[in-house]
Write a protein that binds this ligand. Structure first.
Ligand code: C2E
Ligand code: CA
Ligand code: CA
Length: 593
């Protein structure tokens, strides 16, 4: 309207003001609703045709809850019940949309005392490209609680962390533990347990960022992300009250909250997400039933800070190559000759074994960078010896790295830069981090084998899935886990397993390596079983100097056998185990001790 034609009458002024405010409301929302204090709709306007058509054609008189899909009704009810006289934090709710389709909306609103405590609600449909909907539509939910499952929760929490770093305000993540859950469950039965999960689910979602950043992380374990400053003592009490109300004996359970600040600033975004994901995983696997409430609430914050520091240190270590490579021989049990060496990482701050550091790198998804760097270092060391003298060396690859095509491409690039030396490399695939997708891993293994690298499956027998691994993965060697080798002579049962594993490999035409061979008696026993290769302190400890392949054999040593096969050719399907030779067996110590 033109400025000159200002409205004159008082009624017109009121109407104009009202229209102006409705216009403001629609600038931010698609649908606006006014509800009575009991949640019944008094007024609805805007793009209401996006909602499932109301029975009787009118929204007025229906409950707000009835517009929401079944799974979100409890949350909707709770949000209204808890709304104070301030703006509600926006929450993502799924409404029943037209045509039976779910309609994701951001809901926010006020409850206004001056208007008879009515609710004024705005709903904005989340557009398909919005990050939040993307995240929401990928959420896998735990059915009982309606909360995200553990993986989805980690992803959602990471999204909030990212948003916070981009300036979206500070959030916190709280773990909620019911330490006595097992006993409670045994006492109250399945039905109560299910109702408890559902109610806690609603309670957490009502307070979680976007109404969805809450997850069920195990039995009696939950996590949710909320704005900083939430009354957690109040929440603990509220949930404890829920457990009492559901308990036929009205005893209930204690609830303990442990909070992390998501604004841990010293790492970059990628590192911060790794630290967070790691801490969530640690929470899920920890056994903290016996911890006091206070130590529980301190321990995860400490763990997160610790992870942040270790991630920074590990990256610094890889970036500055502050690690060394030790080499340990793998010898033919028959001849005592070195077949190849295994490259083992040595970190400055690890007293002896790199195991802890490697496991941490695996759990935080950083092992790929390290495996590549290790490969590069080994190629450099081999380069110093020259292509003629460089022995064959096995590099460890985490099973987790193998399933990443990004990793495999990067590995291929490293190998291609070293055409003269790459034929010296073979790979050991460790299963210390469970191999997630066997067919992907096998594809990666075959890619390496087609390029002429032999592959050894490490730690065979250590995990639960040994036999299915062998069915799905085609490899050249299997390394029998050291625990079987170490105890073989003393333990009949272990010996039976060792024999079975070796027999299976023989039938499959796969050569076996036994690790942790510490004495001659063990070496003899292994050879009598037809194991081809041995590795262990008996033959040689890991050392930093890599001997040239053509080092002249010592006087007492048996002659070096000619190389069994060329790396460039595929391995034959079957191999005949060499006949044991007591003469050669005696040569071990002199040659490699
Ligand atoms: P692994 O691959 O099973 O390596 C064999 C381990 O057995 C090595 O431990 C080696 O030092 C140890 N060992 C060798 N002979 C004997 C023996 O006679 N008796 C006993 N008790 N132990 C023996 P280490 O060097 O502490 O490495 C631990 C693990 O760390 C490795 O186990 C491997 O899983 C991992 N690791 C080491 N270097 C790398 C690496 O460069 N990349 C990856 N992804 N993992 C690595
Ligand atoms: Ca290994
Ligand atoms: Ca091993």
């Amino acid at each position: 309207m033109a400025r000159g034609e200002e409205v004159s009458s008082a009624a017109d002024t009121v109407r104009t003001e009202r229209d102006r405010f409705v216009a403001f409301a629609f600038a931010a929302a698609d649908i606006v609703l006014e509800l009575y204090p009991d949640g019944c709709i008094r007024f609805a306007a805007g793009a209401t045709s996006a909602l499932a058509p109301p029975k009787g054609g009118k929204f007025e008189g229906l409950t707000f809850e009835s517009l929401v899909v079944e799974e979100d009704r409890g949350v909707a009810r709770r949000i209204l019940a808890e709304a104070g006289q301030h703006r509600m934090d926006p929450v993502i709710l799924t409404m029943s949309g037209a045509g039976g389709r779910p309609l994701r909306c951001v809901m926010s609103g006020y409850r206004i005392a001056d208007f008879g405590n009515h609710f004024f609600i705005s709903l904005s449909v989340v557009r398909a490209n919005a990050a939040a909907t993307q995240a929401a539509s990928n959420i896998k939910r735990d059915e009982e609680s309606g909360l995200a499952d553990a993986d989805s929760f980690s992803e959602l929490a990471a999204e909030v962390l990212k948003a916070g770093r981009e300036g979206g305000g500070s959030s916190e993540l709280t773990f909620l533990t019911l330490p006595d859950f097992e006993a409670f469950r045994g006492r109250v039965g399945e039905d109560v347990r299910r109702r408890l999960a559902q109610q806690i689910g609603e309670q957490l979602r009502a307070k979680a960022v976007d109404g969805m950043t809450a997850g069920r992380l195990g039995d009696g374990r939950y996590g949710f992300v909320h704005r900083a400053g939430l009354d957690l003592a109040g929440l603990e009490e509220e949930i404890a009250e829920t457990t009492r109300a559901l308990d036929p004996e009205k005893r209930g359970m204690a609830v303990s909250a442990s909070t992390l600040d998501l604004a841990s600033g010293s790492l970059d975004e990628d590192g911060a997400i790794r630290a967070l994901t790691y801490t969530i995983k640690k929470y899920m696997t920890s056994r903290d039933g016996t911890l006091s409430v206070q130590s529980l609430s301190d321990s995860y914050e400490g763990m997160l800070n610790d992870a942040v520091e270790r991630i920074a240190n590990f990256r610094e270590m890889v970036g500055s190559r502050a690690f060394r490579v030790a080499f340990q021989p793998i010898v033919s049990l028959e001849t005592g000759a070195v077949h190849h060496y295994e490259a083992l990482a040595r970190f400055a701050d690890d007293v002896d074994s790199p195991f802890e550091t490697i496991a941490f790198a695996e759990e935080t998804g950083m092992i790929g960078e390290f495996d590549l760097m290790m490969c590069q270092r080994v190629l450099e060391i081999l380069g110093e010896l020259g292509p003629d003298d460089a022995p064959e060396v096995a590099v460890n690859l985490s099973g987790r790295s193998l399933s990443s095509t990004v990793f495999m491409d990067a590995l291929e690039a490293v190998l291609e830069r070293n055409p003269a030396l790459r034929s010296r490399l073979l790979f050991e695939v460790t299963e210390s981090a469970e191999i997630a997708d066997l067919s992907d891993s096998n594809a990666a293994i075959q890619r390496l084998r087609r390029s002429g690298h032999e592959v050894c499956l490490d730690d065979f027998g250590a995990g639960a899935a040994a036999f299915s691994y062998l069915r799905e993965l085609t490899v050249d060697y299997v390394k029998i886990d050291g625990a079987y080798v170490r105890d073989a002579l003393d333990d009949k049962q272990i010996r039976a397993f060792l024999k079975a594993m070796n027999g299976l490999c023989r039938d499959l035409g796969i050569e076996t390596v036994a690790e942790w061979v510490e004495n001659e008696a063990t070496a003899s026993f292994l050879m009598s079983q037809g194991v081809q290769f041995g590795q262990g302190y008996y033959f040689g400890r890991p050392v930093f100097d890599l001997a040239p392949a053509r080092k002249p054999a010592p006087e007492s040593a048996p002659p070096q056998p000619k190389k069994a096969k060329s790396k460039a050719k595929p391995k034959p399907e079957t191999t005949t185990p060499p006949a044991p030779s007591s003469v050669r067996r005696r040569g071990f110590r002199e040659t490699w001790g």
